[in-house]
Design a protein. Structure first.
Length: 380
């Protein structure tokens, strides 16, 4: 059994311990210990009922962590030994854990980390590697998150919007180390989609699939970024695009538009174009208008300005951009691109240099620097 399949069992195991009376924080630690043992022992001796095995081992670990009364612990262990290991209850408690891990009192970073631990089944080390932070730093973040939700009941009502936001943040982290967070976000979104028939849940999953389908074409072998217009569209995952479009269409048919459906519609229009020149920028601008109406997001307005530059010409895009705060992330890079489209080579080169200095990651910085160098060579 692969590690992904093992991690899929974790939410139900954690919920089972909480139903037995374990507090969330200690139960989560116990499940993590059981998960490590499973990864070590199952390849040689897989259990007949994996979930039942994990519940039994996790409960024993929980007792070891919490019981100081040896006699009481021995009595409870005997009860566990007498209880058949399976089949385990089939109730899916994943959704409850989503709401708990996305508790409104948690910061976004803490909610993401706790979701990856409790729902995703990742170890602290794996999460730390994915976020490129020391394991001790991530351990402290997770511990603070668990202290915050200690005592919160699993049946406490949660906000679906917060859960979706957490998954959106996970996806946007991309991938690094041995855990692909984008793929992990898709896996978790599929679980949520199976449990909640809400259009925005479908919209989020469709958005993930449509974006992830383009991943094989996004970078060169040496890691350099490839802009959307220059990507080899033969490398796009057409099966993933088709699935995302079907899910999106079913969501839109319910006529309850939300921000993730609007973003997915924009991604679908990009995916539908056989070449960059065939992109329906007019429709994309219309969808950005919907997105701005829904969210009033400055980032949505920024992206809309670039889309206007494609549909109505770079000068129109620059005019739309001029209405926004220059401190917005990627504002300078967007201005550089639009000036380049307008033929303002010297200004575009200057702005690309400035944008490279502001870039948040090395790949983007390298791409912007190369664009500036290419334009400098064209300058008389």
């Amino acid at each position: 059994m692969d590690q992904t399949r093992i991690r899929e069992l974790i939410p139900g195991v954690l919920a089972a311990l909480v139903h037995r009376g374990a507090d969330f924080a200690t139960a989560e630690d116990a499940v993590q210990e059981a998960l490590i043992r499973a990864i070590q022992t199952w390849p040689a001796k897989p259990p007949a009922d994996p979930k039942g095995w994990l519940i039994t081992v996790s409960w024993r670990q929980f007792l070891d962590l919490t019981r100081s009364d040896i006699a009481r612990r021995d009595r409870e262990l005997r009860e566990v030994d007498q209880r058949p290991p399976g089949p385990a209850a089939s109730e899916d408690d994943t959704l409850r854990l989503y709401f708990l891990c996305a508790h409104p009192s948690l910061s976004p970073s803490a909610a993401v980390a706790l979701t990856l631990r409790a729902v995703g089944g990742l170890t602290t080390r794996q999460i730390a590697q994915a976020y490129l932070v020391p394991e001790s730093t991530m351990a402290q973040r997770i511990s603070r998150a668990k202290r915050t939700v200690r005592g919160v009941r699993l049946d406490r009502p949660g906000e679906l919007r917060t859960v979706l936001r957490v998954l959106y943040l996970v996806f946007n982290e991309g991938y690094s180390g041995d855990i692909d967070l984008a793929a992990e976000a898709i896996r978790l979104a599929r679980q949520l989609f199976a449990a909640v028939r809400e259009p925005e849940v479908a919209g989020l999953l469709a958005l993930f699939l449509l974006h992830h389908a383009r991943r094989p074409a996004r970078t060169h072998a040496d890691g350099r970024l490839i802009p959307l217009a220059d990507q080899d569209r033969n490398l796009w995952r057409r099966d993933m695009i088709a699935e995302g479009v079907v899910i999106l269409q079913s969501a839109l048919a319910r006529d309850r538009l939300g921000e993730y459906q609007a973003q997915a519609a924009i991604a679908a229009l990009h995916a539908d174009a056989r070449t960059a020149a065939e992109t329906d920028w007019v429709q994309i601008v219309e969808w950005y208008d919907e997105l701005v109406n829904l969210t009033d997001s400055p980032i949505a307005r920024l992206n809309r300005a670039v889309a206007v530059g494609e549909s109505d010409g770079p000068r129109a895009g620059l005019a739309a951009l001029a209405e926004l705060d220059p401190a917005l992330p990627r504002y300078t890079a967007s201005a550089a691109y639009l000036h380049e489209r307008a033929g303002d080579i010297t200004e575009a080169a200057r702005l690309y240099v400035e944008a490279a200095a502001q870039a948040s990651n090395l790949a983007e910085r390298h791409h912007l620097t190369l664009r500036a160098a290419a334009l400098h060579r064209r300058t008389p």
